[in-house]
Design a protein around this ligand. Structure first.
Ligand code: AMP
Ligand code: MG
Length: 422
Protein backbone atom coordinates (compact mmCIF):
# COMPACT_ATOMS: atom_id res chain seq x y z
CA UNK A 1 0.00 0.00 0.00
CA UNK A 2 1.27 3.49 -0.81
CA UNK A 3 1.68 5.22 2.56
CA UNK A 4 2.38 8.67 1.17
CA UNK A 5 -1.01 9.35 -0.41
CA UNK A 6 -4.47 9.40 1.09
CA UNK A 7 -7.16 7.90 -1.05
CA UNK A 8 -10.27 10.09 -1.26
CA UNK A 9 -12.07 7.97 -3.83
CA UNK A 10 -15.22 6.42 -2.51
CA UNK A 11 -14.92 2.65 -2.47
CA UNK A 12 -17.50 -0.04 -1.93
CA UNK A 13 -15.96 -0.65 1.50
CA UNK A 14 -16.35 2.95 2.65
CA UNK A 15 -19.12 1.92 4.97
CA UNK A 16 -17.00 -0.65 6.73
CA UNK A 17 -15.36 0.62 9.91
CA UNK A 18 -13.21 -1.86 11.81
CA UNK A 19 -13.86 0.04 15.06
CA UNK A 20 -17.61 -0.44 14.84
CA UNK A 21 -19.36 -3.19 16.77
CA UNK A 22 -21.76 -5.49 14.92
CA UNK A 23 -25.42 -4.72 15.72
CA UNK A 24 -25.96 -8.10 17.42
CA UNK A 25 -22.79 -7.81 19.49
CA UNK A 26 -23.77 -4.33 20.65
CA UNK A 27 -27.23 -5.53 21.63
CA UNK A 28 -25.85 -8.55 23.48
CA UNK A 29 -23.43 -6.32 25.40
CA UNK A 30 -26.22 -3.96 26.41
CA UNK A 31 -28.55 -6.73 27.53
CA UNK A 32 -25.90 -8.51 29.54
CA UNK A 33 -24.89 -5.29 31.30
CA UNK A 34 -28.41 -4.36 32.42
CA UNK A 35 -30.34 -5.90 35.30
CA UNK A 36 -34.08 -5.41 35.83
CA UNK A 37 -35.16 -3.07 38.62
CA UNK A 38 -36.13 -5.00 41.74
CA UNK A 39 -38.57 -2.59 43.38
CA UNK A 40 -42.27 -3.12 42.81
CA UNK A 41 -45.54 -1.49 43.83
CA UNK A 42 -49.11 -2.66 44.30
CA UNK A 43 -51.77 -0.92 42.17
CA UNK A 44 -55.42 -1.48 41.22
CA UNK A 45 -55.52 -3.64 38.08
CA UNK A 46 -56.76 -0.81 35.82
CA UNK A 47 -53.65 1.20 36.68
CA UNK A 48 -51.47 -1.77 35.72
CA UNK A 49 -52.20 -1.56 31.97
CA UNK A 50 -48.90 -1.45 30.08
CA UNK A 51 -46.88 -2.08 33.25
CA UNK A 52 -44.73 -5.13 33.92
CA UNK A 53 -45.92 -7.85 36.26
CA UNK A 54 -43.55 -8.36 39.21
CA UNK A 55 -44.66 -11.89 40.21
CA UNK A 56 -46.42 -14.87 38.67
CA UNK A 57 -50.19 -14.84 39.13
CA UNK A 58 -52.06 -18.06 40.00
CA UNK A 59 -55.80 -18.53 40.00
CA UNK A 60 -57.52 -19.24 43.33
CA UNK A 61 -60.70 -20.27 41.56
CA UNK A 62 -62.03 -22.37 38.70
CA UNK A 63 -63.21 -20.45 35.64
CA UNK A 64 -66.01 -21.10 35.02
CA UNK A 65 -66.72 -21.71 38.66
CA UNK A 66 -69.40 -24.34 38.03
CA UNK A 67 -70.35 -26.61 35.12
CA UNK A 68 -72.89 -24.59 33.15
CA UNK A 69 -74.89 -24.50 29.96
CA UNK A 70 -73.31 -23.21 26.74
CA UNK A 71 -76.76 -22.82 25.09
CA UNK A 72 -80.41 -22.15 25.84
CA UNK A 73 -82.18 -25.50 26.12
CA UNK A 74 -82.91 -28.31 28.59
CA UNK A 75 -80.62 -29.95 31.11
CA UNK A 76 -80.99 -33.72 31.06
CA UNK A 77 -79.11 -36.85 32.08
CA UNK A 78 -77.09 -38.42 29.26
CA UNK A 79 -78.68 -41.75 30.19
CA UNK A 80 -82.12 -40.36 29.22
CA UNK A 81 -81.01 -39.53 25.66
CA UNK A 82 -82.70 -41.96 23.23
CA UNK A 83 -80.37 -44.05 21.05
CA UNK A 84 -83.05 -43.82 18.38
CA UNK A 85 -86.61 -42.54 18.10
CA UNK A 86 -88.18 -40.04 20.47
CA UNK A 87 -88.25 -39.77 24.25
CA UNK A 88 -90.55 -37.71 26.45
CA UNK A 89 -89.28 -36.03 29.65
CA UNK A 90 -91.06 -33.99 32.35
CA UNK A 91 -89.88 -30.41 32.84
CA UNK A 92 -89.59 -29.68 36.58
CA UNK A 93 -88.23 -26.12 36.66
CA UNK A 94 -85.86 -23.50 35.23
CA UNK A 95 -82.17 -22.66 35.78
CA UNK A 96 -81.10 -19.11 34.87
CA UNK A 97 -77.61 -17.65 34.64
CA UNK A 98 -76.99 -16.46 38.18
CA UNK A 99 -80.14 -18.19 39.54
CA UNK A 100 -79.58 -21.97 39.79
CA UNK A 101 -82.47 -24.47 39.89
CA UNK A 102 -83.10 -25.49 43.47
CA UNK A 103 -83.27 -29.27 42.96
CA UNK A 104 -81.96 -32.21 40.98
CA UNK A 105 -82.84 -33.83 37.66
CA UNK A 106 -84.20 -37.32 38.28
CA UNK A 107 -84.41 -39.98 35.56
CA UNK A 108 -87.20 -39.08 33.12
CA UNK A 109 -86.94 -35.37 34.01
CA UNK A 110 -85.50 -32.24 32.41
CA UNK A 111 -84.90 -28.65 33.60
CA UNK A 112 -85.31 -25.64 31.34
CA UNK A 113 -81.88 -23.89 31.32
CA UNK A 114 -80.47 -20.63 29.94
CA UNK A 115 -76.93 -20.02 28.70
CA UNK A 116 -74.65 -19.71 31.74
CA UNK A 117 -77.11 -21.51 34.03
CA UNK A 118 -75.48 -24.03 36.40
CA UNK A 119 -76.33 -27.68 35.52
CA UNK A 120 -78.55 -29.11 38.27
CA UNK A 121 -77.29 -32.29 39.98
CA UNK A 122 -78.28 -35.36 37.94
CA UNK A 123 -77.86 -33.60 34.60
CA UNK A 124 -74.76 -33.62 32.37
CA UNK A 125 -76.10 -32.72 28.93
CA UNK A 126 -77.95 -29.80 27.33
CA UNK A 127 -80.43 -30.49 24.56
CA UNK A 128 -80.65 -27.18 22.71
CA UNK A 129 -84.12 -25.67 22.49
CA UNK A 130 -84.14 -25.83 18.66
CA UNK A 131 -84.09 -29.65 18.93
CA UNK A 132 -86.93 -29.91 21.41
CA UNK A 133 -90.67 -30.10 20.94
CA UNK A 134 -92.41 -28.62 23.99
CA UNK A 135 -95.82 -29.93 24.99
CA UNK A 136 -97.03 -28.23 28.19
CA UNK A 137 -94.81 -29.49 31.04
CA UNK A 138 -93.26 -32.15 28.81
CA UNK A 139 -90.60 -32.14 26.12
CA UNK A 140 -89.95 -34.57 23.28
CA UNK A 141 -86.32 -35.11 22.30
CA UNK A 142 -84.77 -37.09 19.47
CA UNK A 143 -81.52 -39.00 18.98
CA UNK A 144 -79.49 -35.99 17.78
CA UNK A 145 -77.72 -35.02 21.02
CA UNK A 146 -74.74 -36.86 22.50
CA UNK A 147 -74.08 -37.14 26.26
CA UNK A 148 -72.11 -34.17 27.60
CA UNK A 149 -72.93 -31.87 24.68
CA UNK A 150 -73.36 -28.06 25.04
CA UNK A 151 -71.80 -27.94 28.47
CA UNK A 152 -68.97 -25.72 29.76
CA UNK A 153 -67.12 -27.65 32.45
CA UNK A 154 -65.98 -26.08 35.74
CA UNK A 155 -62.35 -24.97 35.35
CA UNK A 156 -62.26 -25.61 31.59
CA UNK A 157 -60.93 -22.06 30.96
CA UNK A 158 -58.71 -21.93 34.05
CA UNK A 159 -58.39 -24.61 36.72
CA UNK A 160 -57.81 -23.42 40.30
CA UNK A 161 -54.06 -23.31 41.04
CA UNK A 162 -53.01 -22.73 37.42
CA UNK A 163 -50.43 -20.03 36.65
CA UNK A 164 -52.32 -17.57 34.48
CA UNK A 165 -49.72 -14.82 34.02
CA UNK A 166 -45.95 -14.94 34.23
CA UNK A 167 -43.72 -12.39 35.96
CA UNK A 168 -42.25 -10.11 33.31
CA UNK A 169 -45.45 -9.83 31.28
CA UNK A 170 -46.31 -6.36 30.04
CA UNK A 171 -50.01 -6.26 30.86
CA UNK A 172 -52.46 -5.90 27.97
CA UNK A 173 -56.22 -5.17 28.13
CA UNK A 174 -56.79 -8.96 27.79
CA UNK A 175 -54.53 -9.60 30.81
CA UNK A 176 -56.36 -6.98 32.89
CA UNK A 177 -59.68 -8.60 31.94
CA UNK A 178 -58.26 -12.01 32.85
CA UNK A 179 -57.23 -10.71 36.29
CA UNK A 180 -60.72 -9.30 36.80
CA UNK A 181 -62.24 -12.65 35.78
CA UNK A 182 -60.31 -14.23 38.65
CA UNK A 183 -61.56 -11.65 41.12
CA UNK A 184 -58.10 -10.11 41.50
CA UNK A 185 -58.40 -6.37 42.19
CA UNK A 186 -54.82 -5.28 42.86
CA UNK A 187 -51.53 -6.47 41.45
CA UNK A 188 -47.79 -6.22 42.08
CA UNK A 189 -45.97 -4.46 39.25
CA UNK A 190 -42.40 -3.32 38.70
CA UNK A 191 -41.76 0.33 39.50
CA UNK A 192 -41.51 2.73 36.61
CA UNK A 193 -38.03 3.50 35.40
CA UNK A 194 -36.85 7.11 35.24
CA UNK A 195 -35.21 8.42 32.08
CA UNK A 196 -33.55 11.83 31.82
CA UNK A 197 -32.84 13.18 28.36
CA UNK A 198 -31.45 16.28 26.69
CA UNK A 199 -30.41 17.45 23.24
CA UNK A 200 -27.02 18.91 22.45
CA UNK A 201 -26.19 21.49 19.80
CA UNK A 202 -25.58 25.22 19.40
CA UNK A 203 -27.89 25.25 16.35
CA UNK A 204 -30.93 23.94 18.21
CA UNK A 205 -33.92 26.13 18.96
CA UNK A 206 -37.00 25.17 20.91
CA UNK A 207 -40.50 25.32 19.50
CA UNK A 208 -41.72 28.92 19.98
CA UNK A 209 -38.32 30.51 19.32
CA UNK A 210 -37.42 32.01 15.96
CA UNK A 211 -34.79 30.47 13.71
CA UNK A 212 -31.62 32.29 12.68
CA UNK A 213 -29.78 31.12 9.57
CA UNK A 214 -28.43 27.63 10.20
CA UNK A 215 -30.70 26.94 13.16
CA UNK A 216 -33.06 23.98 13.37
CA UNK A 217 -35.87 23.21 15.71
CA UNK A 218 -35.10 20.53 18.25
CA UNK A 219 -37.30 17.58 17.30
CA UNK A 220 -35.39 14.82 19.07
CA UNK A 221 -36.77 15.71 22.49
CA UNK A 222 -40.25 15.34 21.04
CA UNK A 223 -39.71 11.94 19.42
CA UNK A 224 -37.94 10.72 22.56
CA UNK A 225 -40.74 12.01 24.74
CA UNK A 226 -43.29 10.17 22.60
CA UNK A 227 -41.44 6.87 22.55
CA UNK A 228 -40.68 6.97 26.28
CA UNK A 229 -44.31 7.73 27.04
CA UNK A 230 -45.48 4.80 24.95
CA UNK A 231 -43.04 2.52 26.74
CA UNK A 232 -44.40 3.63 30.08
CA UNK A 233 -41.19 5.25 31.36
CA UNK A 234 -41.10 8.26 33.66
CA UNK A 235 -39.06 11.02 32.06
CA UNK A 236 -37.18 14.19 32.85
CA UNK A 237 -36.78 16.53 29.86
CA UNK A 238 -33.66 18.60 30.51
CA UNK A 239 -33.96 20.70 27.35
CA UNK A 240 -31.16 21.75 25.03
CA UNK A 241 -27.57 21.90 26.21
CA UNK A 242 -25.06 23.99 24.27
CA UNK A 243 -21.89 22.48 22.81
CA UNK A 244 -19.92 23.65 25.80
CA UNK A 245 -17.74 21.48 28.02
CA UNK A 246 -18.85 22.74 31.39
CA UNK A 247 -22.54 23.03 30.45
CA UNK A 248 -22.45 19.43 29.18
CA UNK A 249 -20.65 18.15 32.23
CA UNK A 250 -23.15 19.84 34.54
CA UNK A 251 -26.04 18.41 32.50
CA UNK A 252 -24.64 14.88 32.65
CA UNK A 253 -24.13 15.00 36.40
CA UNK A 254 -27.58 16.48 37.01
CA UNK A 255 -29.26 13.95 34.69
CA UNK A 256 -27.50 10.95 36.21
CA UNK A 257 -28.37 11.99 39.76
CA UNK A 258 -32.11 11.60 39.25
CA UNK A 259 -32.46 8.84 36.68
CA UNK A 260 -31.96 5.16 35.91
CA UNK A 261 -31.07 6.03 32.34
CA UNK A 262 -29.67 9.14 30.64
CA UNK A 263 -30.28 9.62 26.92
CA UNK A 264 -28.65 12.37 24.91
CA UNK A 265 -28.80 13.16 21.22
CA UNK A 266 -26.12 14.79 19.12
CA UNK A 267 -22.49 15.45 19.80
CA UNK A 268 -21.25 11.88 19.42
CA UNK A 269 -20.22 12.00 15.76
CA UNK A 270 -16.67 12.47 14.55
CA UNK A 271 -15.43 15.98 15.21
CA UNK A 272 -17.81 16.55 18.06
CA UNK A 273 -17.22 13.40 20.02
CA UNK A 274 -14.51 14.75 22.19
CA UNK A 275 -16.59 16.71 24.72
CA UNK A 276 -19.00 13.92 25.38
CA UNK A 277 -16.28 11.31 25.34
CA UNK A 278 -14.06 13.34 27.62
CA UNK A 279 -16.84 13.94 30.10
CA UNK A 280 -17.86 10.30 30.06
CA UNK A 281 -14.34 9.14 30.63
CA UNK A 282 -14.15 11.54 33.56
CA UNK A 283 -17.56 10.91 35.15
CA UNK A 284 -18.36 7.40 33.99
CA UNK A 285 -17.46 4.44 31.80
CA UNK A 286 -17.89 3.86 28.10
CA UNK A 287 -18.75 0.40 26.80
CA UNK A 288 -18.71 1.28 23.11
CA UNK A 289 -18.97 4.21 20.73
CA UNK A 290 -19.76 2.91 17.30
CA UNK A 291 -22.11 0.33 15.83
CA UNK A 292 -21.95 -0.92 12.24
CA UNK A 293 -25.38 0.33 11.27
CA UNK A 294 -26.98 3.00 9.14
CA UNK A 295 -28.32 5.31 10.24
CA UNK A 296 -26.80 5.51 13.69
CA UNK A 297 -23.15 4.51 13.52
CA UNK A 298 -22.12 6.86 16.34
CA UNK A 299 -23.97 5.29 19.24
CA UNK A 300 -22.45 5.42 22.68
CA UNK A 301 -23.37 3.14 25.55
CA UNK A 302 -21.98 3.38 29.02
CA UNK A 303 -22.56 4.49 32.56
CA UNK A 304 -22.53 7.80 34.41
CA UNK A 305 -22.56 7.41 38.16
CA UNK A 306 -25.53 5.15 38.90
CA UNK A 307 -27.28 5.67 35.57
CA UNK A 308 -26.98 3.90 32.25
CA UNK A 309 -26.09 6.17 29.37
CA UNK A 310 -27.14 6.13 25.72
CA UNK A 311 -25.53 8.75 23.52
CA UNK A 312 -27.65 8.77 20.38
CA UNK A 313 -26.62 10.48 17.15
CA UNK A 314 -28.08 13.91 16.40
CA UNK A 315 -29.90 13.23 13.16
CA UNK A 316 -33.63 12.84 13.83
CA UNK A 317 -34.05 9.53 11.96
CA UNK A 318 -30.90 8.12 13.57
CA UNK A 319 -32.34 8.92 16.98
CA UNK A 320 -35.49 6.98 16.24
CA UNK A 321 -33.70 4.00 14.70
CA UNK A 322 -31.16 3.66 17.51
CA UNK A 323 -33.88 4.13 20.12
CA UNK A 324 -36.05 1.49 18.49
CA UNK A 325 -33.29 -1.06 18.03
CA UNK A 326 -31.20 -0.55 21.20
CA UNK A 327 -32.78 1.73 23.78
CA UNK A 328 -36.20 0.11 23.58
CA UNK A 329 -35.01 -3.45 24.36
CA UNK A 330 -32.70 -2.04 27.04
CA UNK A 331 -35.51 -0.14 28.76
CA UNK A 332 -37.80 -3.15 28.53
CA UNK A 333 -35.14 -5.24 30.23
CA UNK A 334 -34.66 -2.64 32.99
CA UNK A 335 -38.43 -2.52 33.45
CA UNK A 336 -38.34 -6.26 34.15
CA UNK A 337 -40.06 -7.34 30.96
CA UNK A 338 -39.15 -10.85 29.82
CA UNK A 339 -36.98 -10.97 26.74
CA UNK A 340 -38.63 -9.02 23.96
CA UNK A 341 -37.97 -10.09 20.41
CA UNK A 342 -39.27 -7.83 17.70
CA UNK A 343 -41.33 -9.59 15.05
CA UNK A 344 -39.58 -9.70 11.68
CA UNK A 345 -41.17 -10.84 8.42
CA UNK A 346 -39.89 -11.65 4.96
CA UNK A 347 -41.89 -9.90 2.23
CA UNK A 348 -41.27 -8.88 -1.37
CA UNK A 349 -39.99 -5.32 -1.78
CA UNK A 350 -41.49 -3.43 -4.73
CA UNK A 351 -38.91 -0.61 -4.64
CA UNK A 352 -35.31 -0.64 -5.77
CA UNK A 353 -33.11 -0.09 -2.70
CA UNK A 354 -29.60 1.28 -2.90
CA UNK A 355 -27.03 0.14 -0.38
CA UNK A 356 -23.30 -0.22 0.10
CA UNK A 357 -21.87 -3.17 1.98
CA UNK A 358 -20.29 -2.75 5.40
CA UNK A 359 -23.20 -1.84 7.68
CA UNK A 360 -26.66 -3.14 8.54
CA UNK A 361 -29.17 -0.65 7.15
CA UNK A 362 -32.56 0.24 8.57
CA UNK A 363 -34.43 1.81 5.69
CA UNK A 364 -37.90 3.19 6.23
CA UNK A 365 -40.69 1.21 4.62
CA UNK A 366 -44.42 1.03 4.15
CA UNK A 367 -45.83 -2.46 4.60
CA UNK A 368 -49.15 -2.85 2.77
CA UNK A 369 -51.31 -5.16 0.66
CA UNK A 370 -51.04 -4.90 -3.10
CA UNK A 371 -54.01 -5.19 -5.51
CA UNK A 372 -53.89 -9.02 -5.22
CA UNK A 373 -53.95 -8.92 -1.43
CA UNK A 374 -50.24 -9.87 -1.15
CA UNK A 375 -48.17 -8.26 1.60
CA UNK A 376 -45.43 -6.13 0.04
CA UNK A 377 -43.15 -3.37 1.26
CA UNK A 378 -41.96 -0.22 -0.47
CA UNK A 379 -39.55 2.45 0.66
CA UNK A 380 -40.71 5.87 1.85
CA UNK A 381 -38.69 7.86 -0.65
CA UNK A 382 -35.47 9.66 0.27
CA UNK A 383 -33.66 7.80 3.03
CA UNK A 384 -31.38 10.53 4.46
CA UNK A 385 -30.92 10.30 8.22
CA UNK A 386 -32.21 13.85 8.64
CA UNK A 387 -35.45 13.24 6.73
CA UNK A 388 -37.90 12.81 9.58
CA UNK A 389 -40.91 12.88 7.22
CA UNK A 390 -39.78 9.50 5.86
CA UNK A 391 -40.04 8.13 9.38
CA UNK A 392 -43.48 9.69 9.82
CA UNK A 393 -44.76 7.94 6.66
CA UNK A 394 -43.17 4.61 7.49
CA UNK A 395 -44.79 1.76 9.40
CA UNK A 396 -41.75 -0.53 9.40
CA UNK A 397 -38.02 -0.76 8.98
CA UNK A 398 -36.62 -2.63 6.01
CA UNK A 399 -33.52 -4.33 7.41
CA UNK A 400 -30.72 -4.94 4.94
CA UNK A 401 -27.85 -7.11 6.18
CA UNK A 402 -24.25 -5.92 6.38
CA UNK A 403 -23.12 -7.57 3.12
CA UNK A 404 -26.16 -6.52 1.02
CA UNK A 405 -25.38 -4.40 -2.02
CA UNK A 406 -28.95 -3.32 -2.63
CA UNK A 407 -32.28 -4.83 -3.61
CA UNK A 408 -33.94 -5.22 -7.00
CA UNK A 409 -37.74 -4.81 -7.14
CA UNK A 410 -39.50 -8.09 -6.38
CA UNK A 411 -36.78 -9.53 -4.14
CA UNK A 412 -37.64 -10.58 -0.58
CA UNK A 413 -36.48 -8.35 2.26
CA UNK A 414 -36.75 -8.53 6.05
CA UNK A 415 -39.09 -6.00 7.66
CA UNK A 416 -39.75 -5.07 11.27
CA UNK A 417 -43.20 -3.50 11.81
CA UNK A 418 -43.32 -0.62 14.31
CA UNK A 419 -46.29 -1.89 16.35
CA UNK A 420 -47.25 1.45 17.73
CA UNK A 421 -44.05 2.58 19.42
CA UNK A 422 -43.03 5.25 16.95
P1 AMP B 1 -24.56 15.95 15.60
O1 AMP B 1 -24.62 14.47 15.88
O2 AMP B 1 -24.62 16.77 16.84
O3 AMP B 1 -23.40 16.26 14.73
O4 AMP B 1 -25.86 16.28 14.75
C1 AMP B 1 -26.07 15.71 13.48
C2 AMP B 1 -27.18 16.45 12.76
O5 AMP B 1 -28.40 16.29 13.47
C3 AMP B 1 -26.97 17.94 12.62
O6 AMP B 1 -27.44 18.33 11.35
C4 AMP B 1 -27.84 18.52 13.70
O7 AMP B 1 -28.28 19.82 13.42
C5 AMP B 1 -28.99 17.56 13.74
N1 AMP B 1 -29.57 17.53 15.08
C6 AMP B 1 -28.87 17.32 16.21
N2 AMP B 1 -29.69 17.36 17.29
C7 AMP B 1 -30.93 17.61 16.81
C8 AMP B 1 -32.21 17.77 17.41
N3 AMP B 1 -32.33 17.67 18.74
N4 AMP B 1 -33.28 18.00 16.63
C9 AMP B 1 -33.12 18.08 15.29
N5 AMP B 1 -31.96 17.95 14.65
C10 AMP B 1 -30.85 17.72 15.39
MG1 MG C 1 -24.31 18.65 17.39
Amino acid sequence: MNQTSISTDPSCMDDFDPNSLAVDTAMARILSALQPVTESEVVPIRAALGRVLANDVHSDINVPGGTNSAMDGYAVSGSDLPASGIRELVVTGTAWAGRPFDGAVAPGQAVRIMTGGILPPGSDTIVIQERVERLGDRIRIGADTRPGENVRRAGEDIAAGTRVLQAGTRLTPADIGLLASLGIGTIDIKRRIRVAFFSTGDELRSVGESLRPGDVYDSNRYTLHGMLTRLGAEFMDLGVVRDDRSALEAAFVHAAAGADVVITSGGVSVGEADFVKEILLKTGQVEFWKVAMKPGRPLAFGRIQNAWFFGLPGNPVSVMVTFYEFVQPALRRLMGESQHTALRLKVPCISRLKKRPGRVEFQRGILERDADGQMVVRKTGAQGSGILSSMAQANCFIILPMESTGVEPGADVEVEPFFGLV
